[in-house]
Design a protein around this ligand. Structure first.
Ligand SMILES: *[C@@H]1O[C@H](CO)[C@@H](O)[C@H](O)[C@H]1NC(C)=O
Ligand SMILES: *[C@@H]1O[C@H](CO)[C@@H](O)[C@H](O)[C@H]1NC(C)=O
Length: 346
């Protein structure tokens, strides 16, 4: 019983150490369909010469390899996934282009440690490929009298759709692209590159431009807040510009690849593998091992007892036969019943 237990805990321990973060990466990512992502995977210096890989799948052991650092040949422009290892910086970067909604899922940055006793060092992240619109900056500030450009990004499916720029609360205010992907009025210009983005340019900001707007296309829309600051005020009251307005424009959320907190992604929580799951698995294995050892022994025991009882009964029957005297019979029964009573108590 001791030996299997020892081996089991040893295997368990070496596999668990694989989770002690010797490889790290960014948090979960969201990317617009048709767009690309670049993921840095950092590793400890001792892994500099090891093989690095990038694979897809919920389970580390069963994931599908997409790129390896030891793959022969140079990456070409057609490659959807490119892995570049930089042992000096101790980081390998994975670039995935033309992401499709079906590409949503779990991915692993892995270092091939190999061997039976040790698992590879790997870390997972969830990549969510979304259909819709986003903006480079959700809140933009501009100075009165200057021009301002807002860039709205869209997913692949919206390439041929018309694009709109509307003042929130007033759908009649929308400026819509024509078949060339362009349009303009006195104050605004809208220009679509028909690939992944359209720009809206305010020629000359006026203070009444301050407010909420929509980038819209098809059924999708995204809100943008524009704040127009007074030209004079900006230069004279410099300390005032360190207020919330400034912080907002440089917010890390204003980014092309929107970093979502893990909890926000559907079924993200259940896909995390907590440590207790492994202890539970170990307990399960131990239970089965115990069962396998104890079951045959129990059955054997039962069988032996039955056999014993049957011989006793036979003996008893024979003893109760008339040829034997009463005194002798009583004494023998006491002796013989003793072991069977002990058995029942077991
Ligand atoms: C939109 O603006 C960005 C930078 O502001 C520029 O790189 C891009 O070419 C513009 N796109 C169009 C379609 O004008
Ligand atoms: C987006 O993120 C990258 C890296 O995290 C950063 O270099 C870049 O400045 C960010 N862009 C914006 C608009 O915040």
């Amino acid at each position: 019983m001791m030996a299997p237990l020892l081996i089991l805990s040893l295997v368990l321990f070496t596999h668990l150490t694989g989770y002690l973060c010797k490889v790290t990466t960014v948090g979960d990512l969201a990317v617009l369909e048709g767009g690309s992502v670049e993921i840095p995977c950092h590793y400890e210096p001792q892994y500099a010469s090891y093989v690095k890989y990038w694979c897809q799948g919920r389970d580390r052991g069963l994931c599908t390899s997409l790129a390896r650092s030891d793959a022969p040949g140079r990456p070409t422009a057609e490659d959807k996934v490119v892995l570049f290892d930089d042992p000096v910086q101790q980081v390998f970067t994975v670039t995935m282009t033309n992401m499709q909604e079906a590409d949503s899922g779990w991915y692993w940055c892995g270092v091939e440690v190999g061997g039976f006793w040790s698992a590879d060092d790997a870390v997972s992240l969830y990549i969510n490929v979304l259909h819709g619109l986003s903006v480079v900056n959700r809140k933009v500030r501009g100075e009165e009298g200057t021009s301002l450009t807002v860039q709205c990004l869209y997913s692949q499916r919206l390439r041929q759709n018309e694009k709109k720029w509307c003042r929130s609360g007033d759908w009649s205010s929308c400026l819509v692209t024509n078949s060339d992907g362009l349009n303009e009025d006195q104050a605004l210009e809208i220009r679509d590159d028909h690939t992944k983005a359209f720009n809206v340019t305010f020629r000359r900001l006026v203070s009444t431009d301050t407010g909420w707007y929509w980038c819209a296309s098809g059924q999708q829309q995204v809100a943008v807040y524009i704040q127009v600051t007074q030209q004079v005020a900006v230069h004279i009251t410099l300390p005032a510009t360190t207020g919330p307005g400034v912080i907002v424009t440089s917010s890390p959320e204003d980014n092309q690849s929107v970093h979502l907190p893990p909890r926000q992604i559907a079924n993200g929580a259940e896909n995390q593998r907590p440590l207790w799951e492994y202890s539970l698995m170990a307990c399960g294995v131990l239970f089965i091992v115990q069962l396998l050892i104890l079951l045959p022994w129990k059955i054997m025991d039962r069988y032996m007892k039955l056999k014993k009882r049957r011989t006793e009964e036979e003996l008893e029957d024979r003893l109760s036969d008339p040829p034997f005297g009463d005194d002798w019979q009583n004494t023998s029964i006491i002796i013989l019943k003793d072991p069977s009573q002990k058995m029942l108590g077991f």
